[in-house]
Design a protein around this ligand. Structure first.
Ligand SMILES: Cc1ncc(COP(=O)(O)O)c(C=O)c1O
Length: 433
C-alpha cells in the first residue's frame, strides 16, 4: 500500500482541511511537513486522529515511554505550573536541582555532572562543546548514516542525506565518519554478511582513523542504533579502550534509546562500558514537555568561563518537574523490568512469525525496541497497511520495520499489535504474489 492509497482510505474532509492549512503555514521539510493526518487525542498507547481513526503508537518519536497522558505525570506538571512556572537564568529552583542530582546519581558513571537543554539536538551541541573544551581538540568520529539531531553540530556528526546538503554550506570541520557496526541501506543487501563481520569492519575503520588522526576530541554514537541495530558484545569495550589510549571522549547518544526502552535504564548498562558523556532526551519529558540532558564525568566540568549551554529554559521548573515525575513513574511502576520482559515475549512471538512468514528475513531487539527485517524493500508498504489497521510503526532503510511501543504497554495490547503486523505482512505477500 502506498501513501496515496492510505490517504484515500483514512483522511476525511476534517483532516484534509487541517492538513491543507498546516501545509500552507509550515515551512516544508523532509519527514515532517506535509503530514499524514492530524491527531486530536492521545491516551496510553493510543493515538486518535481528527477523522476518528485510532492507532496503537509503536513509534511515538521515542517520547512516549509512559504512554500518553500518564495521570501522575499530568498531575505533577499541573501542580508545578501553579507553584512556579518559570525560573529566569541566574536563579535556580528545586525541581531543576533535584532532577540534576537524580540524573547524576542514576548515571552508570555516577556521580556525573549535568546540563539541561530544551531538546536533544541542543544537548548534542553541548556534549560536543564539552568534549572540545576538555580535550582542546575539535575532530570527531561518528557513523555514516547516523542521526544526532538537527543543529549544525549534530548534522556535521550525523550522516544522513536528508540532514546535510551542499546547499547548507560548510559544516563543522574535522567531522570524520566511519561505517557503523551494522549494514547500511547503501550496502549490498544480497551479500549475506553477519553482524559480527560488520562490527569487525567498523572497528577496523575506527582503528585506522585513530592511527591516522592523533587528535580526535570525541567519538559520538548511539551505542545501540535506535532502528535497532545491536552491536557484538566486544564492540564498545574495544572502542572505549581506543578512546582511553588516545585521550578521546566517548559520547553515547541515548536520546532515542535510553530511559529503559531497551530493558536497562541506560543502554550502556548492556555494554560493559561507561561513556564520558551520555545524552538523554525525548522520553525524559514524559511525552508532554521538551527536555534533554547531558550527563558527564566531572572531569569535563572544565570551562566555567564559557557559555556551554546557556539556554533560556536551562533550569525550567516545569520541564524539570515533568522529567522528575517521568523518572519516578519509571522507577515505581518498574517499567524497565517490564520493558525487558514484555520485549522478550514480543521478540519470541516475532521469531515465531519469522519462521512462518516468507517476507521476513529476521527479527532483532532489545527490550521494547524491536525490528523486523524483510526480504525485500517493501517496509513502507507494510507500514501503511499496518497503519490502515490501527498500528503506527516506522519503516526504515527500505527493508526494516521498527517497533517501539511505550513501556506501559499491556500484554493484550502487544498481542493486538502483533496480530495487526502479521495481518499486514500476509496482505503484502498476497498482493505481491
Ligand atoms: C539519536 C537521536 N539523537 C538526537 C536526536 C535529536 O533530538 P531532538 O529532536 O529532540 O532535537 C534524535 C531525534 O530524533 C535522535 O533520535
Amino acid at each position: 500500500m502506498d501513501k496515496a492509497t492510505w490517504t484515500t482510505h483514512n483522511v476525511d474532509q476534517t483532516a484534509r482541511a487541517l492538513l491543507e492549512r498546516d501545509s500552507r503555514v509550515y515551512i516544508h521539510q523532509s519527514g515532517s511537513t506535509p503530514c499524514l493526518s492530524a491527531i486530536r487525542h492521545a491516551h496510553g498507547v493510543w493515538l486518535e486522529d481528527v477523522s476518528g481513526h485510532r492507532y496503537m503508537d509503536f513509534h511515538g518519536n521515542s517520547c512516549h515511554h509512559l504512554g500518553y497522558g500518564h495521570p501522575r505525570l499530568i498531575a505533577a506538571v499541573k501542580r508545578q505550573l501553579d507553584e512556579l512556572p518559570f525560573t529566569p537564568r541566574r536563579f535556580t529552583d528545586e525541581p531543576a536541582v533535584v532532577l540534576a542530582e537524580r540524573l547524576a546519581a542514576l548515571w552508570p558513571g555516577a556521580p556525573g555532572k549535568v546540563l539541561l537543554t530544551t531538546g536533544g539536538s541542543d544537548a548534542v551541541e553541548v556534549a560536543l562543546k564539552l568534549a572540545r573544551a576538555a580535550t582542546g581538540r575539535y575532530k570527531t568520529l561518528s557513523f555514516l548514516d547516523s542521526y544526532h539531531g538537527s543543529g549544525f553540530g549534530a548534522i556535521s556528526v550525523g550522516g544522513r542525506d536528508q540532514d546535510r546538503s551542499p546547499r547548507l554550506g560548510p559544516l563543522l570541520p574535522g567531522a570524520l565518519h566511519v561505517p557503523p557496526f551494522y549494514r547500511r541501506p547503501a550496502d549490498d543487501t544480497t551479500i549475506p554478511v553477519d553482524a559480527e563481520s560488520w562490527a569487525k569492519a567498523s572497528l577496523e575503520a575506527i582503528e585506522q582513523a585513530f592511527a591516522r588522526e592523533r587528535d580526535i576530541a570525541a567519538v559520538i554514537a548511539e551505542p545501540i542504533r535506535s532502528t535497532p541495530h545491536i552491536p557484538a558484545a566486544w564492540f564498545w569495550p574495544r572502542i572505549r579502550a581506543l578512546c582511553d589510549e588516545h585521550g578521546t571522549a566517548l559520547i553515547f547518544d541515548e536520546i532515542a534509546t535510553g530511559l529503559g526502552k531497551t530493558g536497562r535504564l541506560f543502554v550502556s548498562e548492556h555494554l560493559d562500558v561507561v561513556p564520558d558523556i551520555t545524552v538523554l532526551g525525548k522520553s525524559l519529558g514524559g511525552g508532554v514537555l521538551p527536555i534533554a540532558a547531558v550527563i558527564a564525568n566531572p572531569a569535563f566540568d572544565v570551562a566555567p568561563q564559557l557559555r556551554l549551554g546557556h539556554y533560556t529554559h536551562e533550569k525550567n521548573p516545569v520541564t524539570s518537574r515533568a522529567a522528575l515525575a517521568t523518572l519516578q513513574v519509571i522507577e515505581e511502576e518498574e517499567l524497565v523490568k517490564h520493558a525487558a520482559h514484555a520485549g522478550a515475549r514480543a521478540l519470541a512471538r516475532l521469531q515465531d512469525m519469522a519462521s512462518r512468514q516468507p517476507l521476513v528475513r529476521g527479527v532483532r531487539g532489545r527490550g521494547l525496541l524491536m525490528a523486523v527485517e524483510l526480504t525485500r524493500a517493501c517496509a513502507e508498504s507494510v507500514m501503511f497497511r499496518a497503519l490502515d489497521k490501527g498500528l503506527s510503526l516506522s519503516a526504515t532503510e527500505g527493508r526494516h520495520l521498527t517497533l517501539s511501543p511505550p513501556l506501559v504497554i499491556a500484554e493484550h495490547e502487544m498481542g493486538q499489535a502483533l496480530d495487526i503486523l502479521e495481518h499486514a505482512l500476509d496482505e503484502e505477500k498476497a498482493d505481491s504474489g
